[in-house]
Design a protein around this ligand. Structure first.
Ligand code: NAP
Ligand code: 8YV
Length: 307
């Protein structure tokens, strides 16, 4: 059986299907020249030294849509196909973005604590919150998930603005400048890929443009937002609220972010439901099994689509 290197965890269902077709290696005790396939995840990816050491590697199958932890250009240069799991998680990640936005607007964590602490009985009704209806929402990255977020915002009667590299044929207002969009919106939702081209593009200027009444939602990658600038803006009141699923050094989350009352923090669970993770796991394995069968894959990343 061909040799598969497993990086990071996989589900029991994935293991069962993979074990039937591959010898799975999880430790450092393997013969690098024998490994033809790798299964990994969006966080661990495959580091450059490992990629270079696996001289007979043919496919890297990623459990996740974001592949910033793999150098896909270098993989393509080496003839290695990188695959990912687009589309099957669009709705879940969009739901997570909405969950964070609604939690910030309606102060869900504060009010939950209000009930649990007995403050309701002791002090009476909780302070009022802000309505999430009729807001202007700027989407940074109107791709597969960005479009699902726009669709899910419809019942809240949101006005949608967007910034991406290219203008799309959509009924929303395009901004070629992120700071200008941040000036014009109440909520900025980040859903671009990570990597060098988006590194800290949500910087101090963007956060200040979003302003004291503004809300930042990040479900993309921690690297997209300048976290130090974000903490300062939230502490000073230059930015109103932040709902974050991803962080620069996750799983480490700076104490300052944890201490702030105007943040809602999630442990990178954008796609983390039983149903969606099962669909992602199936596609991750399907890519590997199809490659064994006929040398093709289902969902190569764009950089490897020609291989
Ligand atoms: P996608 O369909 O490729 O969409 C990406 C969007 O980002 C596109 O609109 C693209 O613009 C835009 N973009 C790329 N580089 C940009 C740049 N430098 N400046 C401005 N816009 C840029 O990807 P997707 O499937 O929606 O996934 C997006 C990302 O979400 C993933 O890569 C991953 O990092 C993140 N994600 C997070 C979770 C989570 O658990 N929190 C789960 C899934 C995905 P163009 O169309 O103009 O190229
Ligand atoms: C995964 C993600 O949790 O798909 C992505 O890009 O960020 C998440 O769905 C991550 O890739 C870990 O596998």
């Amino acid at each position: 059986m061909p040799d598969l290197l497993q990086i990071g965890g996989i589900t029991d269902a994935m293991r069962e299907r993979l074990e039937a077709e591959f010898t799975i290696h999880q430790t450092k005790r393997y013969d690098a020249d024998k490994i033809t396939h790798v299964v990994t995840n969006g966080h661990d990816g495959v580091n450059p030294n490992l990629m270079a050491s696996l001289t007979n590697l043919q496919v890297i199958s990623g459990y996740g849509v974001g592949y910033d932890a793999v150098d896909a250009d270098e993989a393509a240069r080496r003839g290695i196909i990188v695959t990912h799991t687009p589309n099957v998680l669009n709705e879940e990640v969009a739901t997570t973005a909405l969950l964070l936005m609604l939690s910030c607007y309606r102060e869900v964590l504060r009010d939950d604590a209000y009930v649990r602490s007995g403050a309701w009985e002791a002090k009476g009704g909780a302070p009022l919150t802000r309505s999430a209806d009729n807001q202007t929402v700027g989407i940074l990255g109107l791709g597969r998930i960005g479009q699902a977020i726009a669709d899910k915002l419809a019942p809240w009667n949101a006005k949608i603005l967007y910034h991406s590299r290219t203008e799309k044929d959509v009924p929303y207002t395009y901004y070629d400048n992120l700071t200008a969009m941040a000036f014009d919106c109440d909520v900025l939702i980040c859903i671009t890929p990570g990597g060098p081209s988006t590194n800290k593009i949500v910087n101090r200027d963007v956060l200040e443009a979003l302003g004291p009444q503004g809300t930042l939602i990040n479900v993309s990658r921690g690297s997209v937002v300048d976290e130090a600038a974000l903490i300062e803006a939230l502490q000073s009141g230059a930015l109103g609220w932040a709902g974050l699923d991803v962080f620069e050094g996750e799983p480490h989350v700076p104490q300052a972010l944890r201490d702030l009352p105007n943040t809602v923090l999630l442990p990178h669970v954008g796609s983390a439901t039983i149903e969606t993770r099962a669909a992602m796991g199936d596609l991750t394995v399907d890519n590997l099994l199809q490659h064994l069968k006929d040398g093709t894959v289902i969902s190569a990343v764009p950089e490897c689509a020609h291989l």
